[in-house]
Design a protein around this ligand. Structure first.
Ligand SMILES: *Cc1c(COP(=O)(O)O)cnc(C)c1O
Length: 359
């Protein structure tokens, strides 16, 4: 008799498929919002040094205390307000593992990062979706506050992936004042936003506000797997108690520490990406039939007629990879394009012009 393993899976986990990053090898990869610039030389040197001097025979420090201390100093909070994770993704999962569960709800504002919903379902948490405006993707503040009144957790992304916009601080203020929910603000891309956009300074006076950050984007370390949460020490304590003990390995801790210590070295890179973003935005907006949304992140969302085909031709005829969202609800004919180096962006533009038959 054949054994049907699928029927034995915990019901809340049934039907999940392995994550598909929709990757194909291309010369120019602008599909996953990575930082495509070379690492600053002294950061690279520090990393090589860390990799060659970190012993591997000992278990890691479970809480990555040296790294926590450095992150805390950077953000002007105490070390007890910082939790490190194996990418922001691990922390998102742990938040739902911790604060979700049967009879609890998570409020999200799609189109947004899909993992919130996936992790909620895995943790048997109801998902309440408050959709953004179909025209300009703005958030419906009143509806979000209403939904949050009955929820245990709200997850908002600022700047949002894939729409690029920041969450208005007044909305966060309302969620904290008018509801009793825990509010996660996912700031994975905030380094690319104007100075002062981060709400990290609010954490100290708002024990229900939690900020997620990552080294995967501005710090160009997506492959390393290191993210962190800034929150009230009570939140950090419960997360510390339920985490996979050694999820952040010694090499990741050592490399992340070097990168965070050298954080000012990334500032010129971030500035270059922001300048390139503004240039690319102008060019994309001028393409025939294109609609472009302003972005405070390192990517742009653009609506182009026949987006799925445009994306396939970019990949197959020009070896340029971008992310197709045209299948996703609310994102018909939308492509998400990571801002690359000047040369990469030029290649994208000339490929797009060839496909769309612009002079
Ligand atoms: C990339 C991203 C993250 C974190 O990614 P990790 O690589 O797991 O740190 C979190 N939220 C959003 C919206 C992202 O796009």
């Amino acid at each position: 008799m054949a054994t049907d393993i699928a029927s034995r899976v915990r019901p809340s986990l049934a039907g999940f498929e392995p994550y598909d990053p929709a990757f194909s090898p291309c010369e120019v990869n602008l599909s996953a919002n990575e930082n495509t610039y070379p690492l600053p030389q002294d950061v690279r040197d520090g990393i090589v040094q860390a990799l060659t001097t970190t012993p591997l025979n000992r278990y890691p420090d479970p809480l990555a205390n040296e790294l926590r201390t450095e992150l805390a100093a950077w953000h002007g909070v105490g070390r007890e307000c910082v939790m490190v994770g194996n990418g922001g993704d691990e922390l998102l999962f742990n938040l739902l593992f911790c604060f979700g569960g049967p009879d609890r709800a998570l409020v999200v504002a799609p189109p947004c990062f899909e993992e919130y919903k996936n992790f909620a379902k895995m943790c048997e948490t109801e998902v309440v979706e408050v959709w953004r405006s179909e025209q300009d993707y703005s958030l419906d503040a009143d509806a979000l506050v209403d939904a949050a009144r009955g929820a245990s957790l709200v997850m908002l992304t600022s700047p949002n992936n894939p729409t690029g916009d920041l969450v208005e601080p007044t909305l966060v203020r309302r969620l904290l004042n008018e509801t009793d929910a825990l509010v996660l603000l996912d700031e994975a891309y905030v380094e690319f936003a104007p100075a002062g956009a981060s709400l990290v300074p609010w954490v100290k006076d708002n024990p229900r506000l939690m900020i997620l950050r990552t080294l995967s984007k501005a710090f160009a370390l997506a492959g390393l797997r290191c993210g962190y949460l800034i929150a009230d020490p009570q939140v950090i304590d419960v997360l510390a108690a339920i985490r996979q003990i050694y999820s952040e390995d010694v090499l990741a801790q050592a490399v992340a520490l070097r990168a965070v210590r050298s954080r000012t070295a990334f500032e010129p890179v971030v500035r270059a990406i922001v300048e390139e973003r503004e240039e690319l935005a102008k060019t994309l907006a001028a393409l025939p039939g294109a609609t472009l949304w302003p972005s405070s992140a390192n990517f742009l969302l653009v609506r182009i007629p026949g987006a799925a085909q445009v994306r396939a031709r970019l990949r197959d005829e020009h070896s340029v990879l971008v992310r197709d969202f045209s299948y996703a609800p609310g994102l018909s004919d939308c492509l998400r394009i990571t801002v690359g180096t000047h040369d990469e962006n030029e290649r994208l533009i000339s490929a797009l012009k060839a496909i769309l038959e612009v002079e």
